[in-house]
Design a protein. Structure first.
Length: 869
């Protein structure tokens, strides 16, 4: 502990793992210095730096024969065992192209509620690593030992040695597993190797019982225990150092094959044990003490603090408090639990390089089961010597096979997220560049907050609310904001945010946003997905509400497990996605618009969409809005557009929907109504899907206060036009507006003067309407807007010519014409005479001589045929 007005450290401060560093001063300069709590990896550097031996479990960990003290940072999780009658071919067997190691059921006592109650346990390993050892004490007595290991974390490596028994006549060994993983040393540089050794002496030694853990007696209701056959160590035991390497490949037929006497063995004896490892020296199970009081912690309290290039490694907890943080440039704080109270008297606080994304320590639990049994196979015949002795006999012995299987599930992990238990700031401007997982306390006293890293609001805090951000007026998110519950962004106080800009991602169950100016080009999600016991996915969330005076949503996405609601004065959308499992509500007073036909907005709802009031101006021609209803449910829609009839004025400043998709399933209903007594919904392109394509009235209803007008559809418009007629609207509440040509409902048409104009697509290809009145319906009229002149053909005869017949017509540019002939019209057989294409950019009169009339022909007919563009 150091308390002084001025503190400077350019070297290294390092206490033991159980120690504490506390620095208190007015001016604390830690730049380029190191502070390190000694790691559990090096805890025995001075005391047990050499290899030691357990010698059958009689030294180091045994006190008085019935008690033990675990190694540093090691605690018991459960213990037990059971004698079973069990089919040994199920201990290791092929499965799905791989192999499975399966423990028999076994009774355990463990530290889970209700504490110290016996539970039945069983686990399996899929495709484990196998380490095998075999030996023969005599030709008729053979032992097989197998160790099965699975590491959940691929950064951990496992190796096995088979240590000799202290009983010289015992051929069985004590297998020892070495778990190892690299850890960075941010203070000294480079990497260190964290190792843990786990030994099983179940068949190597005798006289097994439970050892009482003396470390646990003061921390739990009853002391924990460990079977005597197990040992856990951070230092290499000599049993591993001098142990034998594996000498046999383990396959399922090692444990059982057709030559063995018993598939189900009686009296399979087993021992089970699970232990936990942490990176702190004092491990007190269920102590309930706060992490802020953990051993191996670092506390820094300063008025002015400089942490430029500071290197800190803690093992329990790091707490840093400073009224003015000068700099944390290129600093590193390597610990899994931190707390910060920081300020900047110059008004600009940058939280950067103070929290790692993850910390790398080897911690977690290990589950194990150890069992032994015997079996018999074949026989060994010993012949008498040659020449035989007088009393020589032939001896036949059955071969005894003794087995030991040790199944170990290593659930240790090496990467852990850093928990920020306390995050308090005081500054006009705060920038968060680190990934903060905030759990217990949060207070950002700032006018402007910029997130470039991540703020995950978890556990006790769980909400983004005014109490945690009392002065916040400007929020800019360029990173990630993840909220356990609700985000109240300016909505739970008297004045809204002045500005909220999201270019990153915001996640939570519900979001209520109130900002004078709002921009989104990132993602905002009001949804949590939970998996139930049956494996189904349950979506919970919403609503997602935006209240703004001026909103711009470009290139982003909203996802809500419930409703999405927009309220405000002016809103504009460009390439923005809105997905609501509930309904969509629009309540905008002045302007609601997108950027036009190419805006690329994609909106999807499952419980209807609603325009609660018509804004002064704006349309949504570049927006695709898809509405669906789940089976047996009704999705209701309300719309406040003005009913301007089939006039083109209805498609201007009336919140026109560019592409409306109606998709219904059997038993569902899409219902529409107006907000007043006479409203209308104008649609540029109407897309009918699902059961609506076969039975419109069964899944679609329009109330008597609404008319839906559309310019084009994905089905023949004449099958839709006039539907839903009633006494008030005998011409129907679903009307086709044939004269409107919008960005989603039009095609290009050439005029006689070479100009191109837009024409309603359904009108252009109508087989019943002749727009220009030239006698040719639009679908077959190359120029449906220029009456007559493009469709007349003249046949003339000129004497004195070699080919007296001449055909003339006005040829449109770019059109391919086929000239055909037949000798009668009763049963004509039209044959192609020639073809002609006008390659010029304008229309012109073309004249051709098709053919001579054969002598004796009574009649011949000609026609000119073309396909309209």
């Amino acid at each position: 502990m150091i308390s002084a007005t001025n503190i400077a450290n350019r070297g290294l401060l390092q206490p033991d793992n159980q120690g504490l560093i506390r620095l208190e001063g007015q001016n604390v300069d830690l730049s380029r210095g190191g502070i390190k709590i000694k790691s559990v990896i090096n805890f025995y550097d001075n005391l047990f730096s050499q290899i030691f031996c357990f010698f059958g479990g009689t030294t180091f960990r045994r006190l008085g024969g019935y008690f033990y003290i675990p190694d540093i940072g090691i605690s018991d999780a459960y213990w037990g065992g059971k004698t079973n009658d069990w089919p040994v071919d199920s201990i290791y067997f092929p499965f799905g192209g791989g192999f499975v190691a399966l423990t028999p059921p076994h009774d355990i006592t463990g530290l889970r509620p209700p504490y110290f109650t016996v539970f039945d346990n069983q686990f399996f390993l899929l495709n484990p690593q196998t380490f095998g050892y075999t030996a023969a004490s005599t030709p008729t007595n053979i032992i097989f030992q197998a160790v099965f290991v699975v590491n959940d974390d691929t950064n951990i490596f496992a190796d096995v040695r088979f240590g000799p028994s202290t009983i010289v006549t015992n051929p069985f060994t004590a297998p020892v597993i070495e778990f190892s993983a690299l850890e960075p040393d941010v203070v000294a540089g480079g990497f260190t190797t964290n190792k843990l050794y786990f030994m099983d002496q179940y068949v190597a030694e005798t006289n097994h019982f439970l050892l009482t853990n003396l470390n646990s007696s003061a921390s739990v209701l009853s002391p924990t225990a460990m079977p005597t056959n197990y040992a856990v160590s951070r230092t290499m035991p000599c049993e591993f150092f001098i142990g034998r390497r594996p000498n046999i490949d383990i396959t399922p037929d090692v444990f059982y094959n057709a030559t063995y006497s018993n598939r189900v063995v009686q009296g399979l004896e087993a021992s089970a044990y699970s232990w936990r490892a942490t990176n702190v020296s004092l491990t007190l199970p269920n102590s309930g003490g706060p992490i802020t009081n953990a051993s191996g912690r670092i506390e820094i309290n300063a008025d002015t603090l400089n942490m430029e290039r500071t290197r800190i490694r803690g093992e329990g907890f790091v707490s840093i408090k400073a009224n003015h943080l000068l700099s944390s440039s290129n600093a590193v704080v390597d610990v899994d639990h931190v707390g910060y109270t920081l300020g900047a008297t110059n008004g600009n606080l940058v939280v950067q390089n103070l929290v790692n994304d993850v910390t790398r320590r080897m911690s977690g639990d290990v589950l194990s089961w150890s069992g032994t049994w015997s079996n018999f196979t074949g026989s060994l015949t010993v012949l008498p010597p040659v020449p035989p002795d007088t009393n020589a006999v032939i001896v036949t012995n059955v071969i005894t096979l003794s087995f030991h299987a040790w199944i170990v599930w290593n659930r240790l992990q090496t990467r852990f997220p850093v928990t920020v238990h306390e995050f308090v700031t005081h500054s006009t401007n705060v920038t968060v560049g680190d990934r903060l997982n905030i759990t217990d306390s949060l207070s950002v006293d700032a006018e402007r907050l910029t997130v470039t890293g991540a703020m995950n609001i978890l556990d006790t805090v769980h909400d983004w609310k005014a109490a945690n951000f009392p002065r916040l007026s400007y929020l800019t998110n360029l990173g990630t904001i993840n909220i356990t519950n609700a985000g109240f962004f300016g909505s739970d106080r008297t004045q809204p945010y002045v500005s909220m800009v999201n270019r990153g991602s915001i996640l939570g169950v519900t979001h209520l946003i109130n900002a004078d100016n709002f921009e989104n080009s990132g993602s905002i999600t009001a949804l949590r997905r939970y998996v139930n016991n049956a494996g189904g996915v349950l979506n919970v969330g919403g609503p997602l509400i935006v209240q703004t005076r001026s909103g711009k949503l470009a290139g982003g996405i909203f996802v809500s497990g419930g409703d999405i609601r927009f309220e405000g004065s002016d809103l504009k959308f460009l390439n923005h996605t809105n997905e609501a499992s509930g309904a969509l509500f629009l309540d905008v007073t002045n302007s609601l618009a997108d950027s036009g036909g190419g805006a690329g907005n994609d909106w999807r709802v499952s419980d209807g969409f609603n325009l609660l009031s018509k804004p002064v101006s704006g349309d949504l021609f570049g927006t695709t809005l898809r509405t669906t209803a789940p089976q047996f449910r009704e999705a209701h829609h309300t719309w406040a557009g003005e009913d301007r009839g089939t006039n083109l004025a209805g498609f201007n400043n009336n919140v026109v929907i560019g592409h409306l998709i109606l998709d219904a399933v059997n038993g569902s209903l899409l219902s529409f109504s107006g907000t007043g007594s006479n409203n209308a919904l104008y649609v540029d392109f109407l897309d009918i899907r699902g059961v609506l394509t076969n039975d419109l009235p069964s899944a679609w209803s329009i109330d008597t206060n609404l008319v839906i007008y559309f310019a084009d559809a994905n089905v023949p418009v004449d099958t839709l036009d006039g539907q839903f007629a009633d006494a008030q609207k005998p011409d129907g509440r679903l009307r086709w507006v044939k004269d409107f040509a919008g960005p989603n409902s039009s095609v290009d048409v050439l005029l006689a003067n070479g100009q191109t104009v837009k024409m309603n697509r359904a009108l252009r290809f109508s087989t019943t309407i002749d727009t220009d009145g030239d006698g040719v319906v639009n679908a077959y009229d190359a120029y449906p807007l220029d009456a007559g002149q493009w469709n007349g053909v003249t046949l003339s005869v000129q004497s004195g010519r070699q080919s007296p017949l001449r055909l003339s017509w006005m040829a449109a540019p770019g059109i391919v014409y086929q000239v055909e002939t037949a000798t009668n019209l009763a049963a004509p057989k039209w044959q192609t005479v020639t073809s002609y294409t006008n390659l010029s950019l304008a229309g012109s009169v073309v004249t051709i001589s098709p053919a001579d009339v054969n002598a004796g022909e009574v009649q011949r007919y000609y026609r000119v045929r073309y396909t309209p563009q």
